[in-house]
Design a protein around this ligand. Structure first.
Ligand code: 13P
Ligand code: SF4
Length: 367
C-alpha cells in the first residue's frame, strides 16, 4: 500500500496536457483488455475517457456483459463492487481512488440493518414472512447479501417501481434502505399514501416508531439521504417558474418529496440525459441533480439553443465522485500496462454469492 501511495505521488506534478496524452497512450496499449466505465457525475477530464457512460443500472448491466480483463470504474465504491460481483471471476474491477465512497451508502450498515430486522421480528413475529428487504444499489455489498439471505432485492433509481412491484408480490411490507427519498417518491408514485410509509430512524430503538405504526406501514423507509440532492429546495423551483413560466423542471428521485412533487419529470441520471437530449431546441430546463452532469448538459446543448440551469443557487457537487481525477486514472492504467493491478475491488466470495442473487433478480425485473 505504501509503495502504491508513493508511486501515485509521482503523478501529482504532471501537467494536465501530459496526463491526457499518457492516459490515451496507456489505453491504446491495453486495447480491449480494459474497459473504462464512467458515471454521469464524473468530472469532464475523466468522463471523456469513458468507453461507456451511464447511470447505475446501465453500468451494472454493462459490467455483467463486458469481456474485458480489467473494468476500471470511474464512479464510487459500491459501483465497483457491483462490477466485481456481476463480472466473471477472472475479471478484475478497479476503483481509481479507494476514497471514492458514497455518504448515503454509509448511512446504513449491516449491524444497524440486522438490529432493525431483529426489532421488526419482535413486532411482526417473523420478519422474513412479512417484509421484503430492498436495498438501493447505493449500499455496501454486505447489505446486498443481507437482502439475498432474506428473500430481498436491489433497486436503482431507474427500476425502483418494478422492484417494489416485485417485492409486494412476495410479501406485504417493504423495508427500504438507505435512501428514504427514492423509497417515498417511488411508493407515492405507485399510489401508496404517505401515512402508509413510515421513517425508520436508525439512531433510535425500534426506529423511533410504535408497534402500531410498524404494523400499519406498507413501506418502512430508512432515514438515509443524499447530501447533494438534499440541497435542492421547492423554493428554487418556485423562483425558476416565476422567471421562466415556460421552463421545465427535471429532478433525480433522491431529491425530497416536495421537490419531486413540484417537478415535471423525475428520473435517473440516464433518464435526465435522455429527456434533455430529446427536448426541443429553445427549451429551458431546471435540473435537480449533481453539478458535473448539469454543467455537461448545459455545455453540450448550448449550440442547439437549449438552456440548462442548475437547481441550487449554491455549488453542490458529489465530493466523493470528484475524488476520481485524471491522475488516479493514469496511475491505474500505467500500472496495468506494467502488469500491476492497483486498487482492485474484491468482494468476499460468500458475500458476493448472496449479493449476486439480488442483483440478478433486479436485472430480471428491470425495464
Ligand atoms: P443513477 O443511478 O441515477 O445514476 O444515480 C446514482 C447516484 O448515486 C445518484 O446520486
Ligand atoms: Fe452518493 Fe449522493 Fe454522491 Fe450519489 S450524489 S454517489 S447518492 S453521495
Amino acid at each position: 500500500m505504501a509503495a502504491n501511495a508513493l508511486a501515485l505521488q509521482q503523478f501529482a506534478d504532471i501537467d494536465e496536457a501530459e496526463i491526457e496524452t499518457r492516459i490515451r497512450a496507456a489505453r491504446e496499449k491495453l486495447g480491449e483488455r480494459v474497459v473504462i466505465l464512467g458515471h454521469h457525475y464524473q468530472r469532464e477530464e475523466v468522463f471523456r475517457h469513458a468507453d461507456i457512460s451511464g447511470d447505475s443500472l446501465k453500468l451494472s448491466r454493462y459490467a455483467a456483459q463486458s469481456k474485458a480483463e480489467y473494468i476500471v470504474f470511474c464512479g464510487v465504491h459500491f459501483m465497483a463492487e457491483v462490477a466485481d460481483i456481476l463480472s466473471r471471476p477472472e475479471q478484475i474491477s478497479i476503483l481509481p481512488d479507494l476514497a471514492a465512497g458514497c455518504s448515503m451508502a454509509d448511512m446504513a450498515n449491516l449491524a444497524k440493518v440486522e438490529r432493525a430486522w431483529r426489532e421488526l421480528n419482535e413486532v411482526l413475529g417473523d420478519a422474513d414472512q412479512a417484509i421484503t428487504p430492498v436495498t438501493y444499489i447505493n449500499s455496501a455489498a454486505d447489505l446486498k447479501a443481507f437482502c439475498g439471505r432474506h428473500g430481498g432485492i436491489v433497486c436503482t433509481s431507474s427500476n425502483a417501481k418494478q422492484v417494489l412491484n416485485w417485492s409486494f408480490a412476495q410479501r406485504e411490507k417493504v423495508l427500504f434502505f438507505p435512501d428514504q427519498h427514492l423509497g417515498r417518491n417511488t411508493g407515492y408514485g405507485m399510489g401508496i399514501p404517505l401515512d402508509e410509509m413510515v421513517t425508520w430512524d436508525f439512531t433510535q430503538p425500534m426506529g423511533g416508531l410504535t408497534a402500531e405504526q410498524i404494523k400499519q406501514a406498507k413501506i418502512i423507509l430508512w432515514k438515509g439521504f443524499c447530501s447533494v440532492h438534499q440541497m435542492f429546495q421547492p423554493q428554487h423551483i418556485d423562483a425558476f417558474r416565476a422567471k421562466y413560466p415556460e421552463g421545465k423542471v427535471i429532478s433525480h428521485p433522491e431529491c425530497s418529496f416536495e421537490v419531486c412533487q413540484k417537478s415535471d419529470y423525475v428520473g435517473s441520471t440516464e433518464y435526465i440525459v435522455r429527456t434533455i437530449t430529446a427536448a426541443e431546441s429553445g427549451s429551458r430546463w431546471l435540473v435537480g441533480t449533481e453539478l458535473n452532469l448539469v454543467n455537461r448538459l448545459a455545455e453540450r446543448f448550448k449550440a442547439e439553443g437549449k438552456h440548462v440551469h442548475f437547481m441550487s443557487p449554491t455549488i453542490c457537487m458529489c465530493s466523493t465522485m470528484f475524488r476520481i481525477n485524471p491522475q488516479h486514472l493514469l496511475w491505474v492504467l500505467e500500472n496495468l500496462v506494467e502488469g500491476k493491478v492497483v486498487n482492485q475491488i474484491k468482494v468476499p466470495p460468500e458475500e458476493a454469492r448472496y449479493a449476486r442473487i439480488t442483483l440478478e433478480r433486479m436485472l430480471e425485473v428491470s425495464p
